[in-house]
Design a protein around this ligand. Structure first.
Ligand SMILES: Cc1ncc(COP(=O)(O)O)c(C=O)c1O
Length: 444
């Protein structure tokens, strides 16, 4: 029987240990979603909720895209699973080719994973394998940044700059150096890239090179826009300067584009939006529009060729992979999703809608509770005055907004807005109206 609002509430919520959720609180007052269509969810009480963060930044084309569902269905009926080690199926090659058409020039080799976290760990291993293949295996250090989010596997947690994601898990990778985050008070309420501090912040990397020796650093991982901590747009000159320092010292530059990729910034990747080309791009989220779990890592051709050519003829070159790398159903979802992006000109639409979106979001600056707003493309973050303990107000607000008809992802006291790329002005208006009404009713 189909799930409906009337039948959706299960007998017990106890057994499912929910991720990144206050389980006790949730189970007392659950928020169950029972249907999704277009830019909306429907909750178990029948309420309609605008998906203001494209769910978790992944459902870029809106919910219930039948072309994607049909492609997955068809794939599962004809060729449901193929072992990805020493065997292949046409879909993964086709999808890698389509992804490589979107990545910047020269990044034409794609390794498939099942999530953003796996993409980050895969990129760490690719960086290690590349340097070893070049006889530079002494590059043991990795560089990351405060307030960074690179997923939840041990590699990604080692790179994490989010305190709560690290503090319970003391055993992580050694040799990780952390640059300062890119939020500066001088750039508060900057629309797009802030004017202050870009080069100086990036020079944290130059200082590490000076202190530890650039030849000891394997790779630098950055989210071009730090997403999970509240859309921290890099100040002008920041990414360019990182690129320069990496080139000077033979360090790989990795853009973690798990959120930024696939049109969020009005271009296929942040690399094109900011005009800075990394050596490796990690991606996931909007690759399949959330319809199937999937991630990918695109690398410069030279990286692939170096690793592959270093191995003896006929041998496995890279001892890494997942049972579900390039799963046929995920590839089918990815191919269908990328076809829609192309057919509907989704990235151009996102680029055109951006100015209107940012106008409306920045107009919220008069609300007393808000202390900063940032934004680029169809991506924005706002900070709320904390209510005693950090995160208390953000968590309360996320729940209140949901019951008022708007889903917004919060991290701590920062809300992150990322409307579906197919949204129009009406959905943007509705989003800011609910935000204004909900936030204006609160006292600082
Ligand atoms: C930049 C970045 N990297 C990695 C991840 C982890 O992705 P996943 O949750 O699919 O493992 C995320 C998730 O939000 C992310 O934003």
């Amino acid at each position: 029987m189909a799930m409906t609002a009337a039948t959706a509430v299960p007998n017990s919520l106890e057994e499912h240990w929910m991720p990144f959720t206050g389980n006790r609180d949730f189970k007392e007052n659950p928020r169950l979603v029972v249907r999704g269509e277009g830019c909306y969810f429907w909750d178990h009480k029948g309420g309609k909720v605008l998906d203001g963060s494209s769910s978790l930044f992944n459902v870029a084309l809106g919910h219930g895209r039948s072309e994607i569902a049909e492609a997955v269905h068809e794939q599962l009926r004809t060729n449901d699973y193929v072992p990805p080690f020493q065997l292949g199926h046409p879909g993964s090659f086709a999808l890698a080719r389509e992804v490589s058409k979107l990545t910047p020039q020269g990044l034409n080799h794609v390794f498939f994973t099942n999530s953003g976290s796996e993409s980050v760990d895969t990129a760490l291993k690719i960086a290690m394998a590349y340097h070893q293949a070049r006889g530079e295996g002494a590059r043991l250090r990795f560089v990351s940044r405060e307030r960074a989010y690179h997923g939840v596997n041990i590699g990604g947690v080692s790179l994490s700059g989010m305190v709560k994601n690290r503090e319970t898990f003391p055993v992580t990778m050694p040799w990780v150096l952390t640059m300062r985050h890119t939020w500066l008070p001088e750039n508060r309420y900057a629309r797009g890239q802030g004017k202050h501090g870009g080069v100086e912040l990036a020079d944290d990397l130059a200082r590490f090179c000076q202190t530890y020796g650039g030849q000891t650093i394997a790779a630098v991982f950055v989210e071009p826009i730090a997403g999970s901590t509240g859309c921290l747009v890099p100040p002008e000159g920041y990414l360019e300067r990182l690129r320069e320092i990496c080139d000077e010292h033979g360090i790989l530059l990795v853009f973690d584009e798990v959120i930024c990729g696939f049109g969020r910034l009005g271009a296929p990747f942040a690399a094109q939006a900011f005009g800075v080309t990394p050596d490796i791009i990690t991606m996931a989220k909007a690759l399949t529009n959330g319809a199937q779990p999937m991630g990918a890592v695109a690398v410069k051709d030279e990286i692939y060729e170096t690793i592959v050519e270093a191995a003896p003829e006929g041998a496995i070159e890279f001892f890494h992979g997942y049972t579900y790398s390039g799963h046929p159903a995920a590839c089918a979802a990815g191919l269908a999703t990328l076809a829609i992006y192309e057919r509907e000109n989704t990235f151009a639409h996102a680029r055109e809608l951006s100015a209107y979106f940012l106008d409306q979001v920045f107009a919220l600056a008069d609300i007393e509770l808000i202390t900063d707003i940032r934004g680029f493309g169809l991506f924005a973050g706002f900070d709320l005055k904390p209510d005693g303990a950090p995160g208390r107000r953000g968590t309360a607000m996320q729940k209140k907004l949901f019951w008022n008809g708007l889903h917004v992802k919060f991290t701590g006291d920062s809300g992150v807005l990322a409307p579906p790329l197919v949204a129009g002005r009406d959905e943007i208006d509705e989003m800011v109206r609910i935000l204004r009404e909900t936030l204006a009713g609160e006292t600082a």
